[in-house]
Design a binder for this molecule. Structure first.
Ligand SMILES: Nc1ncnc2c1ncn2[C@@H]1O[C@H](COP(=O)(O)OP(=O)(O)OP(=O)(O)O)[C@@H](O)[C@H]1O
Ligand SMILES: O=C(O)C1=C[C@@H](O)[C@@H](O)[C@H](O)C1
Ligand SMILES: [Mg+2]
Length: 164
């Protein structure tokens, strides 16, 4: 969560001339309210249900860069679909670096709200296990957004060249 999937995904799509889809944004458009309000008024369960359906729908389309929400991979069906129909990049960030980013994202990430720093740290490490299911890991500590995007673009181009 907040590692840069939306920001970097958008840039990767631009560099590769692909469409970009942000799953949180799709859900927000559908409910016509921000994620925080969806959690408050409709509930996390309804959010997770639509998240699953939209990810599966989007994964089955071609030629697009998809940014999932930070909690999407907690759902097994999402993990399975992404790993079988897409190339999954895991943007990794150390706890030390991520800790610095919490104040920047907390207002728009309901999952973090009302938690102590110890609880947030526990959530961080628990989720690392889930994110270990991926095709490629990108280390983002001390990396500019542009550098991470270029790394992803280059590794995709290399994979396509090798596949030709
Ligand atoms: N490499 C980076 N260096 C510095 N700041 C970054 C970097 N990547 C992202 N950010 C900043 O971190 C914040 C969160 O980024 P972003 O919304 O793209 O994360 P996300 O992974 O999509 O989050 P979520 O899982 O909640 O969807 C933004 O303010 C963004 O500008
Ligand atoms: O990490 C999470 O569980 C979340 C991250 C955001 O992208 C949103 O999908 C929502 O705030 C939940
Ligand atoms: Mg995002």
């Amino acid at each position: 969560m907040g590692v840069g999937k939306t920001t970097i995904g958008k840039l990767v799509a631009k560099k590769l001339y692909r469409d970009f889809v942000d799953i949180d944004e799709e859900i927000e458009k559908e409910f016509n309210m921000p994620v925080t309000k969806i959690f408050e008024e409709i509930g996390e369960q309804a959010f997770r249900q639509r998240e699953k359906e939209i990810v599966i729908e989007q994964c089955r389309q071609k030629l697009r860069i998809i940014s999932v929400g930070g909690g999407a991979f907690l759902q097994e069906e999402i993990r399975k679909e992404c790993l079988s129909s897409c190339i999954v990049f895991f943007l990794d960030l150390s706890w030390e670096s991520w800790k610095e980013r919490i104040s920047m994202i907390i207002d728009s990430r309901p999952v973090l709200q009302g938690k102590s720093i110890e609880e947030i740290e526990e959530l961080f490490y628990k989720r690392q296990e889930v994110y270990s299911a991926h095709h490629s890991k990108v280390q983002t500590d001390h990396q500019e957004i542009e550098e991470v995007a270029d790394y992803i673009v280059n590794s995709l181009k290399l994979a396509w060249e090798l596949n030709e």
